[in-house]
Design a protein around this ligand. Sequence first.
Ligand SMILES: NC(=O)c1ccc[n+]([C@@H]2O[C@H](COP(=O)([O-])OP(=O)(O)OC[C@H]3O[C@@H](n4cnc5c(N)ncnc54)[C@H](OP(=O)(O)O)[C@@H]3O)[C@@H](O)[C@H]2O)c1
Length: 171
Amino acid sequence: MKISIYIAIAANGKISNQRNVPDWLSAEYGQGFEAICKKYKAVIMGKTTYNILAPDYLPLKTDGTTVVLTTNPHERSENSTVVFTQDGAGKIVEMLAAKGHTEAVIIGGTQTISEFIKAGAVTDIYFVMEPVIFGSGLPFLNDVDLELKLNLLEVTKLNKNTVQLHYEIQK
Ligand SMILES: NC(=O)c1ccc[n+]([C@@H]2O[C@H](COP(=O)([O-])OP(=O)(O)OC[C@H]3O[C@@H](n4cnc5c(N)ncnc54)[C@H](OP(=O)(O)O)[C@@H]3O)[C@@H](O)[C@H]2O)c1
């Protein structure tokens, strides 16, 4: 299955700032985020990211599958696309395939991205590089002792200052 990551990053690779306020994200990142989630119809995120987006900003409303990783078996959502799970990446991919999905997009955050990268489940990555540098904040990956090689598929200038880099992960 195609598993993409779609993530905004600072020019030095951080995915959030110390204040944890997303005021550095461009409108183009937001538009790209909405578009890829609606196109893929399967979205994967961690519970911390879900807490930021739910209920109003979840990208899928009634159609598709929103997978939310959590260790809490009692979580419930008003959004009918949401499936809470404590399964690992492999089982999540199997579950999405069983539902008929052929592609899914991981939208954050660090813990969830790291889980899928470690499992070797990610096929490609969209980095939306915003024109900022954060001295502290969250890294793209945490606790991942791996080196991956990438092939550059496409570079898209989204606005005067924002570039989207699309890479596939070499097998
Ligand atoms: N730049 C961007 O495009 C972008 C996009 C999204 C988010 N973000 C940033 O990323 C931050 C969140 O990242 P994060 O790494 O802190 O959190 P995260 O990956 O969004 O969520 C972490 C939570 O997910 C659950 N989880 C993760 N792995 C799991 C596993 N293997 N099994 C079961 N549950 C698992 C746990 O929830 P429980 O505690 O419920 O068990 C964990 O506390 C946000 O603050 C936001 O600023 C940035």
